[in-house]
Write a protein of this length. Structure first.
Length: 239
């Protein structure tokens, strides 16, 4: 199965996970940090990989005119039902059904590691951006997706088995507070993302590596996550 098909298969589980108050990493870890990277509202903001629409709704409340795009028919339907006033389109991130230079902000929040054709998706983000526009993205940090802690101990070694430089798909089944979700993603080294950004003509303005906030560490074993960046945030300029 492709990553697209696997995410459609997990759509109902993701709806429960994403919409449980304070449950997902968007609420727990780095949503606010990512939002601080974003420029003020402009003419049009595109939310690539919008899923069930939570970020699109938040952006709209903040004054952005948003179009959400996602390949999952189930998640697009859920986004449309949650707020019919926001335009949402079922679309492949690697072939957006939009005109050249139509937007001044493109966002891909936690979606590029879940698309099958990441370089093409970044190329499409550049195509639909006006000159002077920004592309803001968040992904699972490639260091995080390359390895694992050997144990739950606070000082457990973080070990990369195999090669960080290889690209591969993986599935991560997670249970928390009675909810179950299997995340299907691709590990790609940093150079793969940066090569795609370079090829698309982007210039990187800002880079952030948010770790687990101290205030959400609830037990000693969770403290190991203070030592490794969970996510990578970038803001890029289309000159």
């Amino acid at each position: 199965m492709t990553l697209r098909e696997q995410w459609e298969d997990q759509a109902s589980a993701w709806l429960a996970w994403a919409r449980a108050p304070g449950h997902d990493s968007f609420w727990r870890h780095h949503g606010e940090q990512f939002n601080r990277l974003l420029p003020p509202p402009g003419v049009l903001t595109l939310d690539i990989g919008c899923g069930e629409g939570r970020l699109s709704r938040q952006l709209t409340a903040g004054g952005h005119r948003v179009v959400g795009l996602d390949a999952s028919p189930s998640l697009i339907a859920a986004a449309r039902q949650a707020d019919p006033s926001i335009a949402v389109i079922r679309a492949d991130a690697a072939a957006l059904p939009l005109a050249d230079a139509c937007a001044d902000l493109v966002i891909a929040f936690m979606s590029l590691q879940d698309v099958d054709a990441m370089p093409a998706a970044i190329g499409e983000a550049a195509r639909v951006l006006r000159r002077g526009g920004r592309f803001c993205m968040a992904i699972v940090h490639p260091l995080n997706s390359a390895g694992r802690f050997e144990s739950p101990a606070p000082d457990a070694p973080f070990v990369i088995k195999g090669s960080y430089l290889d690209s591969f798909t993986f599935s991560d089944a997670v249970e928390r507070d009675g909810l179950n979700m299997t995340f299907h993603s691709a590990h790609r080294p940093l150079q793969s993302y940066f090569a795609a950004l370079e090829s698309a003509g982007f210039l990187i303005e800002a880079l952030r590596e948010p770790s687990t906030p101290e205030q959400i560490i609830t037990r000693d074993s969770s403290r190991r996550w203070l030592r490794v960046p969970l996510f990578l945030h970038l803001r890029c300029l289309r000159p």
